[in-house]
Design a protein around this ligand. Structure first.
Ligand code: ATP
Ligand code: MG
Length: 234
């Protein structure tokens, strides 16, 4: 990896780009475009975890804690950027990890499974035996012992179609998405509008701390995020 000079004002951002570029055998090219869109929204947020995101992190922690079969669905961007953070979240919550790809090839699933293996997680996904109804062929494939039978699914950086399909299956869906306007952000039950690597440790800590939230309104929370961005822009 080509390291940017320490103290560079965009150090973290440059490291994230390097990680994704380095993982281009497992990260689809479309994933690089999605990353750029995320960066643009993070700029608008001031590259910080905003107060409404803190509230949605707490609500997500509360839901994951009471779940009987929680699953973290990971794609190329998520593993390339945050394999370790996902491993810590899985350990703290007992959630299984499943590799689930929009642009699915068995080579990419195998590569990502190996990367999760290197951080101590046996991820599901190599032998999908189940389907998410309403999605076309390869994108629909999932594992019956993972997403297929999950009650709560965390889908960071997810596509709107798959998020909608999971909601229609009756899953409780949590997403992490920097774009508060994306279909995914608007469709999930709990949307954490924050950068992946910044919010995963906060979510893990909230689970370890036994955080409990009784009521949460996702639409209201998203409006608060937009108000936060507008206030910064004006
Ligand atoms: P949708 O399908 O939900 O309408 P989209 O088509 O605009 O959204 P996708 O490529 O399907 O986008 O999903 C990727 C999402 O992940 C984008 O909304 C992007 O802003 C977000 N994203 C990218 N990188 C990060 C990151 N590091 N942390 C959090 N969110 C991110
Ligand atoms: Mg999409």
């Amino acid at each position: 990896m080509t390291l940017p000079p320490e103290g560079h004002p965009r150090y973290k951002s440059l490291i994230a780009r390097e990680k994704l570029v380095e993982a281009t055998d497992v990260v689809a090219k479309q994933g690089l475009i999605a990353h750029g869109r995320g960066e643009a929204f993070d700029y608008l947020l001031g590259e910080q975890t905003c107060p409404p995101a803190i509230r949605s992190i707490k609500a997500a922690a509360s839901l994951i804690r009471v779940a009987s079969s929680p699953v973290i669905s990971v794609n190329g961007n998520v593993v390339a950027l945050a394999a370790k953070e996902v491993a810590h979240l899985s350990e703290a919550s007992g959630a299984k990890v499943e590799v689930n790809l929009f642009h699915r090839t068995s080579e990419r699933v195998a590569g990502l499974t190996k990367m999760m293996d290197e951080v101590g997680i046996q991820a599901l996904g190599m032998n999908p035996d189940d389907k998410i109804p309403g999605l076309s062929s390869e994108r629909a494939r999932c594992c019956s012992e993972g997403i297929g039978s999950a009650d709560v699914v965390l889908v960071p950086l997810e596509d709107g179609d798959r998020c909608q399909a999971l909601v229609e299956m009756g899953k409780q869906v949590i997403t992490i998405d920097l774009n508060p306007l994306s279909r995914t952000a608007q469709t999930a039950h709990i949307t954490i509008v924050d950068e992946l690597t910044r919010c995963l440790p906060l979510l893990t800590d909230a689970i370890r701390d036994g955080v409990k939230v009784d009521d949460f309104d996702n639409k209201k929370n998203l409006k608060e995020v937009l108000a936060f961005i507008c206030a910064r822009l004006s």
